[in-house]
Write a protein that binds this ligand. Structure first.
Ligand SMILES: CC(C)(COP(=O)(O)OP(=O)(O)OC[C@H]1O[C@@H](n2cnc3c(N)ncnc32)[C@H](O)[C@@H]1OP(=O)(O)O)[C@@H](O)C(=O)NCCC(=O)NCCS
Length: 184
């Protein structure tokens, strides 16, 4: 079994690999223009995208190239979003962080809880040394979420993305293993 094929738990949440039955919820998340506002892509218009996304997630976990976990509420089992560690660089023990929640579940502090569990797994079990986050500078909620976890702002990359004809900058954040351990 791949070392990325795991189920993680926090006080209110369960993080687990995506499954085919999640397609409707995944599509509902990424077809919402508000959710993908600061993302490097346009809103999805076809549920086939969600099916491909879930299949790709399973392949990536199996071959160890990325770890995308669905986040569900522990008490109801409702799917509320996803978090990921991807773009692994084994030599340098680093990867990138990704996350999105359905809009109905914003504002409850779920993302800090989910990412806390994911980062704990990344530093403890995957022995990462560094995790990076690539965020649109206008995405205040996302910046605040990683800052609360101890990520440090490391620099501005100008016009890094072209999304639907709009050029977008990136503010790059990094969290080191030493930062993470110092907060325990
Ligand atoms: C990023 C995201 C997961 C944050 O989820 P959330 O439920 O809003 O997160 P929280 O409720 O924990 O809020 C995080 C912090 O941002 C603050 N915040 C939320 N919305 C904000 C806004 N519009 N402006 C300024 N601050 C905001 C919150 O007050 C909180 O700060 P605090 O801890 O000091 O109170 C969610 O907004 C989302 O899914 N966005 C779409 C996908 C996305 O952009 N992903 C990241 C790509 S880099």
């Amino acid at each position: 079994m791949s070392k990325l094929d795991v189920v993680l738990r926090s006080a209110r949440l369960i993080l687990r690999p995506l499954k085919p039955a999640d397609a409707g919820a995944v599509f509902a998340t990424y077809s919402d223009a508000e959710v993908v506002r600061y993302w490097s892509g346009e809103p999805w218009t076809d549920i086939a995208r969600a099916v491909e996304y879930i299949e790709g997630g399973s392949r990536d976990i199996a071959d160890g190239s990325a770890m995308r976990l669905g986040v569900e509420l522990a008490d109801s089992g409702a799917w509320i979003g996803q978090v990921s560690l991807h773009r692994f660089d084994a030599q340098n023990r680093r990867c990138e962080l990704g996350y999105a929640l359905m809009r109905a579940h914003w504002g409850h502090g779920y993302i800090g809880e989910a990412l806390g569990a994911l980062l704990g797994f990344g530093f403890d079990s995957l022995e990462l040394n560094r995790v990076e986050a690539d965020i649109d500078p206008r995405n205040a909620a996302s910046r605040r979420a990683v800052e609360r976890l101890g990520f440090k702002e490391e620099g501005l990359l100008r016009e890094r993305w072209l999304v639907g004809g709009e050029v977008c900058d990136t503010v790059f954040y990094g969290l080191l293993r030493s930062d993470w351990l110092a907060r325990r």
